[in-house]
Ligand binder design. Structure first.
Ligand code: 6R9
Length: 652
C-alpha cells in the first residue's frame, strides 16, 4: 500500500488542545534535541530531583573498541526518593498504586497512597539491610504481580542494591541461571503466584533453583496465598520481618551511572544476557516518555498491563509513572479470567484514562467478540497504547473502533529492553496515525535505515533496510552485566558506529517508520522475546534428541508460534508421547512461554557443506511457503528438504 491509499487518522481538535505537545511543538523540540543534545537534555534532566546536580550531560561513544555511554555522569540522585519522597508533600494521600487481584470474586482491589508506599518501601529497604544487602549487591526478584514486587524494586533502589527481576513464568533452571549470572545474594519470592485461576508454586521453584546456587544465597518469602511450602535454613519470612522493621530508611546517594537494575533478555546467540540500566538517564527517559507519549496529566489513572518481569513493567508500571507522581495500576491476572471482559471491567472500575497493552492480547480479545467490551463503561479512556510486536491493521482497527470508540489515539510504541523507553512512537497530539506504523522518533532518537549488506545509510523515503540508531539517548542500556565485550559485539559490531536494533524497518513516503520484524534469530511469541537458540539448546539437552532447529511461523493470536524441527537419536522412534515429553521438557527447562507449538520429526536438517543449518529454508517450510525456497544447491544433501516439506506440520 502506498502512502496515498493508507488510512490515516489526524489527531482530533480535542486531543490536540489537551495534549502536552502538538505537531509544531514536536517538530521544534525534536530539532532542538538533535541539534543541541547537551542543551536539550540539560533542561529535561531537571525533571528528576538531583542530590548533587550534574554539570556534564552527554558523554557517549559508539566508536569500535570504545563503546562508552554515560549521561549526567557527575550528578547524584536516588531513584526511589524520586518515585516516592518528593511527592509526599503535594500528593501523600493520592493513590500511587492500584492493585487489582487475579480473582476479583475473592479479593478487593487495594489502593496504596504515596505515603503508604513510602512506609512499605522503607520497611522493605530495612529488611534488605538486615539481610546483609548493601549498595551494589544484586537481588533477584521472582514475584507475582503484587505490590511487594514494586516495594522490592524501590527498596533496592533506595539502598543502592541492583535488582534483577525474573518473570514468575520462568522455570527453576532459568531462575537459577539468572541468580548465578549476576551472583545475587538474595532472592525475593512468594509462596504461590495466582494467575488466571491457577497457582504457580514460586517458593518450591525457588528451592529447586537454589540447589544449583551458592549456599550463601538467602531467600525472602512473601506469603501471597498462605498455601503450604517447605521452609529451609536460608528462608526468611517477609511478613514477620516487616512487623519489626522501621518505617524510615534514608535514601542512598547514588551516582547517575550506578546500575539500577539488570534484566535478562534473549538474543540471537547463546544464553540470555543481563541488560544493565543505570539510574539517572534511565529515570529521566522513562518519566519523560511516560508523560509525553501517553499524554499523562496530573490526576490520570494509567494502566500498563505488562508484567514487571519485562522491561515494559519496569518503565511503565513502576519507574516512569511513579517518577511522574501518577496513579499506576498493577494487575495480577490475565485478560481472559474470570472472563474475556476482565480488562474492560478493570478499566471501568478504576476509571482508567490511558491503557497500554500488547497486540497479542488485543487479538485474543478481538476473537472473543465485541459484547465483552460493550458491557463496560469505557468513557474515561482517552488514549490506547500498543507494545511488544508489530500490530496488524485489523487488530489496530478493532482497538480503535471497539475499545476506543474512535476517540482515543493509539500510540504504537516501538522499543526494546535495551532502549529503556520508547524509541519510535506517535505522540497523541502531534501525529497523524497510521495503523501498524511506529511512526516517528522520540526526542533525541536518531533512527537510520541501513542497507543490510553494505551497512550504508539509505537516504530518502520509500525505502527498507535494518534499523539502527546513530547516537545515544539517556535510556540506553550501558553494558551487558559482566561482559562489556558482548555488549559491543551484539549491538555495535555488525554496523560500525551505530546501535543495531536487530529489527528490520521501512521508511514510507512520508518519512514514517514501520517495523517489519526481527532480522536475527529472535522470535516474538505473544510479545515475549525469545532466542531460537535457547529453545534449541533446551531441546538438545534431552537425552533422546540429537539435533534441533527452531524457527518462528505466523500465528493468528500469538503473532509468532514456535516451530521446532527435531532429529532424534538413532535408537529413538518418533511418537506422540515423545512429542508431549519434549513439550514438557522445554517448559521445565525454560518456562511455559517457550513450549514449542509444533514439533516436526526431521530425519535430517538442511545444512550447508560447512555444516551450517539453513534456517531460511526451515522458516519457509514452517510458513508453508515452500514454493520459493530459493537456491538449495549449496546444501550438503538437498533431499532432506523434500522430506521436510512432505512431513510438514499443519499450522491450523
Ligand atoms: C518493549 C519490548 C523488543 C522487540 C523489538 C521488536 C519488538 C516491540 C514493537 C515491536 C513492532 C512495536 N517490538 N515493540 N515491534 N512494533 N511497537 O517489547 O521489549 O521484550 O526487549 O522486545 O520487540 O522486535 O526488537 P523487548
Amino acid at each position: 500500500m502506498n502512502a496515498q491509499t493508507q488510512p490515516s487518522f489526524p489527531p482530533s481538535e480535542d486531543t490536540v488542545s489537551r495534549a502536552h505537545i502538538d505537531a509544531r511543538g514536536y517538530a521544534d523540540m525534536y530539532a532542538a534535541s538533535i541539534s543541541d543534545p547537551d542543551g536539550f537534555w540539560a533542561e529535561h534532566g531537571k525533571r528528576v530531583d538531583w542530590i548533587k546536580p550534574f554539570s556534564k550531560v552527554k558523554n557517549t561513544s559508539f566508536e569500535p573498541g570504545n563503546i562508552d555511554i554515560q549521561w549526567f555522569e557527575d550528578g547524584t540522585l536516588n531513584v526511589s526518593a524520586n518515585c516516592i519522597d518528593r511527592h509526599l508533600e503535594t500528593r501523600g494521600d493520592q493513590t500511587a498504586i492500584i492493585w487489582e487481584p487475579d480473582d476479583p470474586s475473592t479479593q478487593d482491589a487495594k489502593h496504596i497512597t504515596y505515603r503508604e508506599l513510602h512506609s512499605s518501601v522503607c520497611k522493605m529497604a530495612n529488611v534488605l539491610e538486615e539481610l546483609g544487602i548493601r549498595k551494589g549487591d544484586r537481588v533477584v526478584i521472582y514475584l507475582p504481580m503484587i505490590p511487594e514486587a514494586a516495594y522490592a524494586m524501590l527498596a533496592c533502589a533506595r539502598i543502592g542494591a541492583i535488582h534483577s527481576i525474573v518473570f514468575a513464568g520462568f522455570s527453576p533452571d532459568a531462575l537459577g541461571a539468572r541468580v548465578n549470572g549476576c551472583d545475587a545474594k538474595l532472592v525475593i519470592t512468594a509462596d504461590y503466584a495466582p494467575r488466571g485461576g491457577r497457582e504457580t508454586p514460586l517458593k518450591s521453584n525457588t528451592d529447586a533453583a537454589l540447589l544449583h546456587c551458592k549456599d550463601s544465597v538467602k531467600c525472602l518469602v512473601v506469603k501471597r496465598t498462605g498455601g503450604q511450602t517447605t521452609w529451609t535454613d536460608r528462608d526468611y519470612d517477609y511478613g514477620e520481618m516487616m512487623l519489626e522493621a522501621s518505617d524510615y530508611c534514608a535514601p542512598a546517594e547514588m551516582s547517575a551511572e550506578d546500575p539500577l537494575f539488570i534484566l535478562y533478555t534473549s538474543g540471537s546467540t547463546g544464553q540470555p544476557k543481563g541488560v544493565v540500566h543505570t539510574s539517572g538517564g534511565y529515570l529521566v527517559y522513562a518519566a519523560m516518555t511516560h508523560e509525553y507519549v501517553f499524554d499523562y496529566h496530573d490526576g490520570d489513572v494509567f494502566w500498563c498491563t505488562a508484567d514487571v518481569g519485562w522491561v515494559t513493567g519496569h518503565s511503565y508500571i513502576v519507574y516512569g509513572p511513579l517518577a511522574n507522581g501518577a496513579t499506576t495500576i498493577m494487575f495480577e491476572g490475565v485478560p481472559t479470567y474470570p472472563d474475556a471482559g476482565r480488562f474492560w471491567e478493570v478499566c471501568a472500575k478504576h476509571k482508567v484514562n490511558q491503557f497500554y497493552t500488547a497486540p497479542t492480547a488485543i487479538r485474543a480479545l478481538m476473537g472473543a467478540g465485541n459484547d465483552w467490551v460493550e458491557k463496560h463503561d469505557l468513557s474515561n479512556l482517552r488514549l490506547l497504547g500498543s507494545v511488544g510486536e508489530p500490530i496488524n491493521p485489523e487488530a489496530w482497527t478493532w482497538y480503535n473502533d471497539v475499545v476506543g470508540k474512535g476517540n482515543c489515539p493509539i500510540v504504537d510504541t516501538f522499543w526494546q529492553t535495551e532502549t529503556g523507553g520508547h524509541m519510535l512512537t506517535p505522540l497523541p497530539g502531534a501525529t497523524t496515525l497510521k495503523p501498524g506504523a511506529a511512526q516517528q522518533p522520540f526526542f533525541g532518537v536518531q533512527p537510520v535505515v541501513l542497507d543490510p549488506q553494505s551497512g550504508v545509510e539509505i537516504d530518502g523515503n520509500g525505502i527498507e533496510g535494518v534499523l539502527c540508531m546513530r547516537d545515544s539517548w539517556p535510556g540506553q542500556m550501558r553494558t551487558v552485566w559482566g561482559d562489556h565485550e558482548r555488549f559491543e559485539k551484539t549491538y555495535f559490531s555488525d554496523y560500525k558506529g551505530y546501535y543495531f536494533s536487530g529489527d528490520g524497518c521501512r521508511r514510507d513516503e512520508d518519512g514514517d517508520y514501520w517495523i517489519t520484524g526481527r532480522v536475527d534469530d529472535v522470535i516474538n511469541v505473544s510479545g515475549h522475546r525469545m532466542g531460537t537458540a535457547e529453545v534449541e539448546s533446551a531441546l538438545v539437552a534431552h537425552a533422546k534428541v540429537a539435533e534441533a532447529a527452531v524457527v518462528g511461523y505466523p500465528h493468528d493470536v500469538k503473532g509468532q508460534g514456535i516451530y521446532a524441527y527435531v532429529t532424534l537419536m538413532g535408537s529413538e522412534a518418533p511418537s506422540d508421547e515423545l512429542r508431549k515429553e519434549l513439550e514438557v521438557w522445554v517448559r521445565t527447562e525454560i518456562g511455559p512461554i517457550a513450549k514449542p507449538d509444533l514439533i516436526q520429526w526431521a530425519p535430517g536438517l538442511p545444512k550447508t557443506r560447512s555444516g551450517k543449518i539453513m534456517r531460511r529454508i526451515l522458516r519457509k517450510i514452517a510458513e508453508d511457503d515452500f514454493g520459493s525456497l530459493g537456491d538449495t544447491s549449496t546444501l550438503a544433501d538437498p533431499s532432506v528438504v523434500d522430506d521436510l516439506i512432505d512431513n510438514r506440520m499443519n499450522r491450523r
